[in-house]
Design a protein. Structure first.
Length: 317
């Protein structure tokens, strides 16, 4: 039995003129005679003037992978620092409210419902309503136009008739207006990328998704949506790499990351892991329920018990 300890203390980075210090990063590894390494990882990141971030991971790896673990540790440290600095920067921007505070408040209310739009029609409808009101109150609010387009796309998936026949045109107009106001708006590029994908213009879709990623490389949501685009372009392996990167950016992993991970596994014919991914969701979505049912059917084509169960849930939702 061998013990290997990787320890790093007081790592400091200066970003945007602010000091961010990692107080303690430690990996303890017990290496057995069979070459299997049990890794107990403890991380305490204290970002001065910001917050403290700590967690512990226990895993088992082959000894040959120990150097990969070191690389992953370094990548996570960097991603965490960049992510928190970006979060601080975003917080500063959000504190600089637009001139029309009523529009700002409507966008905040819209975002609250938009995050849950994949679960219920009511949330999708309310999100679109709030964003639409915000653009009417403040026509120069780029982020409001961008989210209006995104929320309408969600809403039409629940109720095409209510969204109207020209919902796609409205989405395109909204996000185009957002980019006219602010060509460097990452969310607008992400949404435009999705619209181009729907229209079948995969080259333009890739450009806008990658532009959004370049503008905001530490945003886990934008990374997840880029992964979704890669799925549609038939690149599931690259999509899985992007989801893993997003999970490093946000170790708390919102549902969208598990949902995309499940869909990617399904596309790669890994139905068991697809089901495992979907089970991690706190709030199941239409997509997760659909692909879960399809995964069960693929694993056991003769029995449709799980499929019927999921169809029932879909009817209720």
């Amino acid at each position: 039995m061998y013990h290997l300890v990787i320890y790093a203390a007081v790592i400091t980075s200066i970003v945007f003129g602010k000091s961010y210090t990692i107080d303690n990063v430690e990996i303890q590894s017990i290496i057995g005679k069979d070459g299997i390494v049990q890794i107990t990882e403890k991380r305490v990141f204290t970002f001065k003037g910001s917050f403290t971030y700590a967690y512990q991971v226990i895993d088992k790896k082959n000894f040959k992978e120990i150097f990969d673990i070191q690389d992953e540790l370094i990548a996570t440290i960097i991603s965490t620092i960049v992510g928190r600095v970006e979060a601080d920067h975003i917080q500063q921007l959000s504190n600089s409210r637009p001139e029309n505070l009523a529009a700002y408040d409507l966008v905040l209310q819209g975002l609250d419902h938009h995050r849950k739009a994949g679960a219920t029609k009511e949330n999708a409808e309310k999100a679109y309503s709030f964003f639409k009101q915000a653009t009417e109150l403040d026509p120069n609010y780029a982020r409001a136009h961008a989210w209006r387009a995104c929320s309408l796309a969600n809403y039409q998936s629940w109720d095409k008739e209510a969204a109207g026949e020209n919902w796609m045109d409205e989405c395109s107009e909204s996000v185009t207006r957002a980019l006219e106001i602010d060509p460097e708006e990452a969310e607008a590029h992400r949404i435009m990328g999705s619209i181009k994908m729907i229209e079948g213009d995969f080259q333009s879709g890739r450009y806008h998704h990658e532009k959004a990623k370049d503008l905001c490389p530490s945003d886990a949501y934008i990374a997840a949506k880029y992964a979704t685009a890669l799925i549609y372009m038939g690149e599931p392996e690259q999509a899985l790499d992007e989801i893993k990167r997003a999970m490093r950016l946000d170790p708390f992993c919102p549902d969208i990351l598990f949902e995309d991970e499940g869909i990617i596994n399904f596309c790669m014919d890994d139905f068991e892991n697809a089901i495992k991914s979907f089970k991690k969701l706190k709030v199941p979505t239409k997509n997760s329920l659909f692909y879960s049912a399809a995964s069960y059917a693929k694993l056991n084509p003769v029995s449709y018990t799980h499929l019927r169960a999921h169809e029932t849930v879909l009817d209720i939702v």
